[in-house]
Design a binder for this molecule. Structure first.
Ligand SMILES: O=C(O)CCC(=O)C(=O)O
Ligand SMILES: [Fe+2]
Length: 320
């Protein structure tokens, strides 16, 4: 396979059940096979993406003290700014030459879940840039809708009721992440110097990149293929949580970002389920031997993030 399959979201929204089922099966084939696909006809206009990339650029152009004031190190809930070299998507190969900014489900400081310090229920940190928060949250909610529609397709494809995920996606953990990769920095010996080889942690990721190449995906036979940006499309991929939930039917596929020749921007939207949702393969496949024990979505994600950031690790590990 040399390029990723293209799925039209319109088929998942069709009023004809047979058309929804056919598109869901096409989507499922992509998820079982390469675990990556382009999504078109998602309904988000180009103007929204253009504004998003301008907002990302405005944020990353701020002086570093203003970005550091919003550091993710202050947040137990995975919000805020990650500086260059502060993240290791592949701890074996080293730190990533990129900076990032994370936004989660936007809750007020006096929300009971925030006051109770419920996992992943925190306040967002906002840069002081006009209209930035409103536009970014608008994009966040558009992505949430797209990801919910994809979950209807996943359920249909897996032979579950179409609304299987609905009650598990009420207030999902979802993270919008802006990324900036500086040009030609990082270890030239590494093929994954900008973002280490990794699989994503959640259910599904919606990625939008600028035109600068860099993202590479590993096929089942071990080849690395380019995943260039396709105008108007999202690059989507299955994460480990959905692979687990689907009892390994769907594949979370390793990918990486090579050091770009020019400065590169991308924006990822990582969709997981509700913090308390139990990820239990027996719910989708009651007649199969489960490959994994049940785990709550928030426990699973916390465990994965702790190995990505030294500052989140147990003190014993951090002091090594
Ligand atoms: O920037 C990209 O193209 C991919 C980023 C990515 O894979 C991630 O942040 O998980
Ligand atoms: Fe990724």
């Amino acid at each position: 396979m040399e390029s990723l399959p293209i799925i039209s979201m319109a088929g998942l929204l069709s009023e004809q059940p047979a058309e929804r089922q056919a598109t869901a099966n096409e989507l499922g084939r992509a998820c079982r096979d390469i675990g990556f696909f382009y999504l078109v006809d998602h309904g988000i206009p180009d103007s929204v993406f253009e504004a998003l990339f301008e907002d990302a650029s405005a944020f990353f152009s701020l002086p570093s003290d203003r970005k550091e004031a919003l550091s993710i190190k202050r947040s137990p809930h995975n919000r805020g700014y990650v500086a260059i070299q502060d993240e290791k998507l592949n701890p074996v190969s080293g730190a990533d030459s990129k900076e990032a900014f994370n936004i989660g489900h936007d809750l007020p400081a006096d929300h009971p879940d925030v006051l109770n310090n419920k996992p992943f229920c925190g306040v967002n940190y906002w840069p002081d840039l006009p209209g930035w928060r409103e536009r970014t949250l608008n994009y966040y909610h558009r992505c949430l809708n797209v990801a919910r529609t994809l979950h209807r397709g996943f359920a249909l494809d897996m032979g579950a009721p179409e609304d299987f995920f609905e009650s598990r996606l009420i207030e999902p953990i979802a993270t919008l992440r802006m990324l900036r990769y500086p040009a030609a920095q990082g270890d030239p010996q590494r093929a994954d110097g900008a973002a280490g080889t990794h699989t994503d942690y959640g259910n599904v990721t919606l990625l939008k990149t600028d035109r600068v190449p860099g993202l590479e995906v590993r096929t089942k036979d071990g080849q690395w293929i380019d995943a260039p940006s396709l105008p108007g499309a999202f690059v989507c991929n299955i994460g480990d949580c959905l692979m687990r939930w689907s009892n390994d039917l769907y594949q979370s596929t390793p990918h990486r970002v090579r050091t770009p020749e020019a400065e590169r921007y991308s924006v990822a939207f990582f969709m997981e389920a509700d913090p308390d949702a139990m990820v239990d393969p027996r719910d989708l496949f009651p007649h199969q031997e489960p490959h994994y024990p049940p785990v709550s979505c928030s426990d699973y994600l916390a465990q994965r993030l702790n190995s990505t950031y030294d500052f989140r690790a147990e003190p014993r590990q951090a002091n090594r």
